[in-house]
Design a protein around this ligand. Structure first.
Ligand SMILES: [Zn+2]
Length: 229
């Protein structure tokens, strides 16, 4: 028997949290596409359904419109969408919501957890970041824990690990996933994010890269080791 030698590599479970539909895609779509291309299981967890803004449509329609956009982006990235019970622009960080996040993390039990940076400009991003950190700590820091950045919103961020997202297939999936968020006018923010990933690429020896910061108490070696130079 050759089971030990021939065993396939472990299928990882990866959870990418975002304050709104479009945030995980903006900050991590290239990395998500790299993981799903290898057959790993990726879930995009949205704090809300984007009820607060959808250009050109009545506000009452935004939740439905942006849920559909998020589903489409996930389909492009071969990932799965998940939503918490919060409302866009009215994020609540209190005990019941900490508990909701904790239960969610226990149910999904990821190998890697990505979240937004706690010093983002948008309060929903900061709320998501706090909820994710708390759930990770309280459930025993089981997963690797990484912060990601989004252009124009993330402040004071210095990544330490990078993922090469410059292959044409990855670049095209990344772009399509971001442009699935039609109501968010991606022409206004996608070019800035590309500028940022070019800069991160110049820091890491790749044409384009997404940059991440691992929590110091997180376990290591989760992101494409050969991309770290
Ligand atoms: Zn956002």
């Amino acid at each position: 028997m050759f089971a030990a030698v021939d065993a396939p590599p472990k299928r990882l479970k990866i959870l990418v949290g975002g304050g709104h539909p479009g945030d995980p895609e903006c900050g991590c779509a290239g990395t998500i596409a790299r993981f799903t291309a290898l057959g790993h299981d990726v879930v995009l967890l949205y704090l809300n359904r984007g009820e607060g803004y959808c250009k050109g449509s009545d506000l009452s329609q935004c939740g439905a419109i942006r849920t559909a956009e998020a589903q489409k982006a996930c389909q492009i990235l071969k990932a799965r969408a998940l939503f918490t019970s919060q409302i866009d622009g009215r994020a609540i960080v209190d005990n019941p919501h900490y508990l909701e996040f904790q239960h969610l993390l226990e149910a999904e039990n990821p190998d890697i957890l990505f979240t937004q940076w706690p010093i983002d400009k948008h309060r929903d991003h900061r709320a998501l970041s706090q909820l994710a950190l708390d759930a990770w700590l309280i459930t025993g820091k089981k997963s690797a824990f990484y912060y990601y950045e989004v252009a124009d919103d993330t402040m004071m961020f210095s990544p330490a690990e990078y993922v090469d997202i410059s292959s044409p297939e990855i670049e095209s999936a990344r772009r399509a996933a971001c442009y699935a968020h039609v109501s968010q006018q991606p022409d206004k923010w996608y070019p800035q994010q590309v500028e940022l990933t070019r800069f991160r690429g110049s820091q890491s020896g790749h044409p384009q890269a997404e940059g991440f910061l691992r929590h110091w108490e997180s376990r290591t070696a989760a992101l494409f080791p050969s991309d770290q130079k």
